[in-house]
Structures are given as structure tokens and as C-alpha cells.
Design a binder for this molecule. Structure first.
Ligand code: ADP
Ligand code: MG
Length: 409
């Protein structure tokens, strides 16, 4: 068996050097960039497919970041290059950016400028390059890392002052969500962008997506230091590609909205755990195949598990959260039906090899899983997971460790 593939993060200096060099090669005629900014990918500890249901999620920022070098222009032209899209120069005018009007990866970037302009900020064109060590399309939110790095860059070059405090960062979150939903056309909730802009080192962020909350109520830091407990968070990128993801995500979201409307609530957050049985009975006449009820059961129990997870962590009982992670995975697999063979394989083999708990993380259908592992067991768990993939004839997975890291800056 080959040695496991560790997906290392870059040092800030290394990331900055990479984008400065790429900027010089991509735009040799314009001079140096105004600066370098970066934003992390995220890993969600628990609370999956809850954000668009007004629920709770608990992400941390990864040490893996997307770096941006950017120079503002006096006109409204946007020119972009990415090390992850070699040889391609993506170009538009800000005046041409609108929902449905731009395609390709540049939509995530131009969308942020568009959303800030919609919010009344004076934003001009820019030249920018990006490079990233966030695994791409792996459920670790490379898309939010890209948007949020651009958001803090535009915030600084236009002196908007939003990145300076948490309330301003919440406004940047909204702009990035609109960029992803309306311009890039991906109907995701707001957890990813909140994580990338508002998580802090050593902490998870309790993201509360209940409609109408103030900026400060929507994100609460929760100290999350695994070291004293001699634990670590292992992330496994399954490298599984699944074609139907976009349609499936939108379909889950639509089912939840339909269930909420049948139940007469604004979002499924308004169904308390004690009211779940009654809600399932009320849905029965509208739900011949039981699908709607399974979706609702996942969302309501997942929000409750997230609250229990936070309570245990705050109580210094992090060694007891494993069963909640396992239950979250089972619910996502059986009730929400967003897991994949590869994700189940990571979870089963990691728990079999001694992990305290494991679950898929992110939207699902592929992407990554996480395992809470005793420091001394990491090697064993990695070896066992890798062997399980080998035996199943699957592409070798990638591994990374995820200490809670710094936000976009
Ligand atoms: P995830 O966010 O889980 O990594 P998504 O499908 O939401 O997966 O986002 C991946 C998309 O984001 C890519 O297909 C690409 O369009 C865009 N993207 C993210 N990072 C970069 C990058 N460094 N360069 C170019 N495009 C990027
Ligand atoms: Mg994404």
C-alpha cells in the first residue's frame, strides 16, 4: 500500500508569494498588486443541511486558505486568473454582471463586487489572481474561501471598513451569500461564508440561521480546543465525484420549504424537537412515500444534536460528542439521503479503528468526512481508512488535520 496522501496547508508567506508571482506573470503591465488577502475553507463539526432551514451549524475554519492578490482599477473592468484554472484569463465589466449573465468560476468573484455594489458601496473594477490549498469541490468550501478572500480585499481597497468588526463581517457574509446564490447560481445556505469570515482560531462558530436575528446573534464563538483532551479532528477527502449534486441540493431545499409551508411555519427551525411527532403525523396525508417526513426528521433532530454538541463542548465534555457525530451521519445517510458509499466507508472504518465519532461533512454525495480521533490513534485510523478504500478498489483518499484556524484577513 502507498503512504497516505496528506493535504498540507501553506504558510501565509508561501501563499502570499505564490499569488504575488502569479500576479506579475498574469498582469505584467500594471505594476504590483495593492495587497494580498486570504480566507479559509471550513469544516462543519455538526449541523448539516440546517442553515437553509433557519437552524444551527457548528463550523471551524481550516488552516487551508485561498489567497488573492488584487489591484484596483479606475475603470469597471474585472480581469482574473487562477492557478486552479491555468491559462485562462476571465474577464468582464462590472456593468455586465447580473444574475444569469456570467458563467464560470469568475462568477464567484465578480458576484461579490456586484453584491457590494447592490448594498450601496462604491466598487470599481480590479485585476486579481488566486491560488489555493483548499481542496477543490471536496465539501470544504473552496467556493466560500474564494468569495470571502475577495470580499476582504475589496473591503480594504475601497476602505469600506466592514472587515474591522464582527457586525461588518456579517454584512460581508450576506454579500458573499448573494454572490454564490444569485450570480454563481448555487442555492447554498449561509454557513460556509459565515465560517470563512467569522470563525476565529481555537474556536468553532455556532451559526444560527433563524430568520431575523441580528448579526451578533447569528454567530457565537465556542471555544474548541481539542489538545487538552489529546484529541484531533481528522478530515478525509474521499475524492468521490458525484454528477447530480446541484440538482439534489436544490431538491432537498425545495422539500424542506414545502414541508415548512404545509406545517404553517416560516422554516423547519420552528418545529421544536417535542413537536416532531405531531409534525410527522400532520404531514402524512401529503406524503405518500414518506420522503418529506424523513427530510423533516433529519432537520429537526440535527438541529437538536447541534445544540447538544455545543452544550457538551461548553461543559468541557468534548470526549462525549462522538455518538452525536455518528447519529448525525446515520440521519444524513438514511433520512436525508445525501451520503455516498465512500463517505459511509470512511465513517464505518474510522469508527471501527477507534475514532470517537465520525460523520460526513458539507453538502454530501461525495466530498469529505470527519473523524474525532485520539492523537495516538491517528496513524491507525488513517491506515485502516486507506486500506478500506484500497480493498474496495476506490481512488486513494486525501487526509488533513483541522485545528480551528483564523478567519479571512
Ligand atoms: P466546495 O465549495 O465544496 O469546494 P463548490 O462546488 O461549492 O465546492 O465550489 C467549487 C467551485 O468554486 C469550483 O468549481 C470553482 O468554480 C470555484 N473555485 C473555488 N476555488 C477556486 C479557485 N482557487 N480558483 C478558481 N475557481 C475556484
Ligand atoms: Mg461551495
Amino acid at each position: 500500500m502507498t503512504s497516505p496522501a496528506w493535504l498540507e496547508s501553506w504558510s501565509p508567506d508561501d501563499g502570499a508569494q505564490r499569488v504575488r508571482d502569479l500576479f506579475g506573470r498574469s498582469f505584467p503591465a500594471v505594476g504590483a498588486p495593492d495587497g494580498v488577502w486570504s480566507a479559509p475553507g471550513r469544516v462543519n463539526l455538526i449541523g448539516e443541511h440546517t442553515d437553509y432551514n433557519g437552524g444551527l451549524a457548528l463550523p471551524t475554519a481550516l488552516p487551508h486558505r485561498t489567497y488573492v492578490a488584487l489591484r484596483r482599477r479606475d475603470d469597471d473592468v474585472v480581469r482574473l486568473a487562477s492557478a486552479q484554472a491555468p491559462g485562462e484569463l476571465w474577464q468582464t465589466r462590472l456593468a455586465d454582471v447580473a444574475p444569469g449573465a456570467v458563467t464560470g468560476w469568475g462568477a464567484y468573484v465578480a458576484g461579490v463586487a456586484w453584491a457590494l455594489a447592490k448594498d450601496g458601496h462604491d466598487v470599481s473594477g480590479f485585476d486579481a489572481v488566486v491560488d489555493s490549498c483548499v481542496p477543490f469541490g471536496a465539501g470544504l468550501s473552496s467556493s466560500a474561501a474564494l468569495e470571502c478572500a475577495v470580499a476582504v480585499a475589496l473591503d480594504e481597497v475601497h476602505q469600506l471598513g466592514l472587515a474591522a468588526d464582527d457586525a461588518g463581517r456579517a454584512a460581508l457574509v450576506s454579500a458573499c451569500v448573494r454572490a454564490e446564490n444569485e450570480v454563481a447560481g448555487a442555492p447554498t445556505g449561509g454557513m460556509d461564508q459565515a465560517a470563512s469570515l467569522r470563525c476565529t482560531a481555537g474556536h468553532a462558530l455556532l451559526v444560527d440561521s433563524r430568520p431575523g436575528l441580528s448579526a451578533l446573534e447569528s454567530g457565537t464563538p465556542v471555544p474548541f480546543d481539542l489538545e487538552p483532551a489529546r484529541l484531533t479532528l481528522l478530515v478525509v477527502d474521499t475524492r468521490a465525484e458525484h454528477a447530480l449534486v446541484d440538482g439534489q441540493y436544490a431538491e432537498r431545499r425545495a422539500s424542506c420549504e414545502r414541508a415548512a409551508s404545509l406545517l404553517g411555519v416560516e422554516t423547519l427551525r420552528d418545529v421544536a424537537p417535542e413537536a416532531l411527532e405531531g409534525a410527522l403525523v400532520a404531514l402524512e396525508p401529503h406524503d405518500p412515500d414518506g420522503v418529506l417526513r424523513r427530510r423533516v426528521r433529519h432537520v429537526v433532530t440535527e438541529i437538536a444534536r447541534t445544540a447538544q454538541f455545543v452544550a457538551l463542548v461548553r461543559d468541557g465534555r468534548v470526549t462525549e460528542v462522538g455518538p452525536l457525530m455518528n447519529a448525525s451521519h446515520a440521519s444524513l445517510r438514511d433520512d436525508y439521503e445525501v451520503s455516498a458509499r465512500e463517505l459511509d466507508l470512511v465513517v464505518d472504518s474510522a469508527v471501527g479503528a477507534g475514532a470517537l465519532g465520525a460523520r460526513m461533512t458539507g453538502g454530501g454525495f461525495g466530498g469529505s468526512a470527519i473523524a474525532l480521533v485520539r492523537v495516538e490513534d491517528v496513524e491507525t485510523v488513517v491506515t485502516v481508512v486507506q486500506a478500506a478504500f484500497d480493498d474496495a478498489g476506490l481512488t486513494a483518499p486525501g487526509f488533513l488535520l483541522a485545528p480551528p484556524s483564523a478567519p479571512a484577513l
